[in-house]
Write a protein that binds this ligand. Structure first.
Ligand SMILES: C[S@@+](CC[C@H](N)C(=O)[O-])C[C@H]1O[C@@H](n2cnc3c(N)ncnc32)[C@H](O)[C@@H]1O
Length: 305
């Protein structure tokens, strides 16, 4: 229960409680949740400090704070997350788009600048559709296909395409890593699940912030991730690479001769992923680092081109 009479008091009270529960982002979370309760922009909240907090907003805010205290991710509570400066609907059926995954978009756009706009883009494991739709928003002449095994995730991706005005150039298909599709696609992007099954890092590999919410030296998946994000979007078998192994032959089959694959990886997975792609006649030509300097996106093409 939030007791505060003003916006400023409510903000301070929520921040104290979230902080006391060990939530590192207590300050920004309190602001985002209060903005959501007030139906306002987060940046406007501090300026309203002395404004009275209407009873309905106070009740709403109390409910939101209590969900956050239960470790529900902010994006699930507000129902959206910004990615590539676009707003994406996010539900419990989709991975919350991570800033590190923008490395995949950047790498694909840099390649496109040198090789020409691809006519066709394939996104394997599309989730909210964030990778595909960010690319289509930049590549006006391209059309795209997003594949996922999860029907509810595909429904969210379809709504995101419509909201962003991209539905005319995007289609979403339920499939197992594109195995029933016919190519070729000039650009393939994928962010497969890559956390090891036990949610713990191997001795030399942490889970990587991108999907685990933990960084080098971390010992477990954050409760927001483990408790609320879909397992099918997170875990990649005993060593975290089962999905990369499954999709590699499909990507090799579907990739156009002059095309390129942009594949997200977890912390410390670059060498193993390079080796497993090679078994499918794909050669790694570049590895792009994320904003923290961690190798995050493997760029590959068909071997012997
Ligand atoms: C790590 S999430 C990535 C979601 C989104 N592309 C992003 O970057 O935020 C992985 C996605 O792969 C999907 N997935 C898991 N197994 C799959 C399979 N066998 N075939 C297709 N998609 C699969 C999951 O449902 C999930 O949406």
């Amino acid at each position: 229960m939030i007791e505060a009479a003003t916006v400023g008091e409510a903000l301070a009270e929520a921040r104290r409680r979230l902080d006391g529960a060990g939530i590192a982002s207590a300050r920004i979370d309190a602001r985002v949740l209060l903005a959501h309760a007030l139906d306002a922009e987060p940046a406007s909240v501090p300026g309203r400090g002395r404004h009275p907090l209407p009873a309905a907003a106070r009740r709403r805010f109390a409910g939101l704070v209590s969900r956050r205290l239960g470790r529900e991710p902010i994006a699930h509570i507000t129902g959206h997350r910004e990615f590539w400066s676009l707003s994406f609907e996010v539900t419990a059926d989709t991975l919350v788009p991570r800033p590190d995954s923008e490395t995949v978009v950047e790498a694909a756009l840099a390649w496109s600048a040198g090789h020409g706009v691809p006519a066709s883009v394939l996104d394997l494991g599309t989730g909210s559709g964030c990778l595909l739709l960010a690319l289509l928003s930049e590549l006006a002449a391209a059309r795209g296909t997003g594949v996922d095994v999860s029907p509810p995730a595909l429904a969210v991706a379809g709504r995101n395409a419509a909201r962003l005005g991209l539905a005319g150039r995007a289609r979403f298909v339920r499939d197992d890593w594109g195995s029933s599709l016919a190519g070729p696609f000039e650009m393939i992007v994928a962010n497969p699940p890559y956390i090891a099954a036990d949610g713990l890092p191997s001795p030399k590999r942490s889970l990587g912030f991108a999907q685990a919410g933990a960084h080098d030296g971390a010992v477990a998946v954050d409760p927001e991730v483990a408790g609320f994000e879909p397992k099918v979007a997170l875990y990649g078998g005993a060593d975290g690479l089962d999905c990369h192994r499954s999709l590699a032959p499909q990507a090799a089959r579907l990739l156009a001769p002059e095309g390129a694959l942009f594949l997200e990886i977890g912390y410390g997975q670059a060498a193993e992923v390079t080796a497993l792609l090679s078994k499918s006649a794909l050669e790694v030509i570049e590895i792009k680092k994320d904003y923290s300097g961690i190798p995050r996106c493997v760029v590959a093409r068909r071997r012997g081109r």
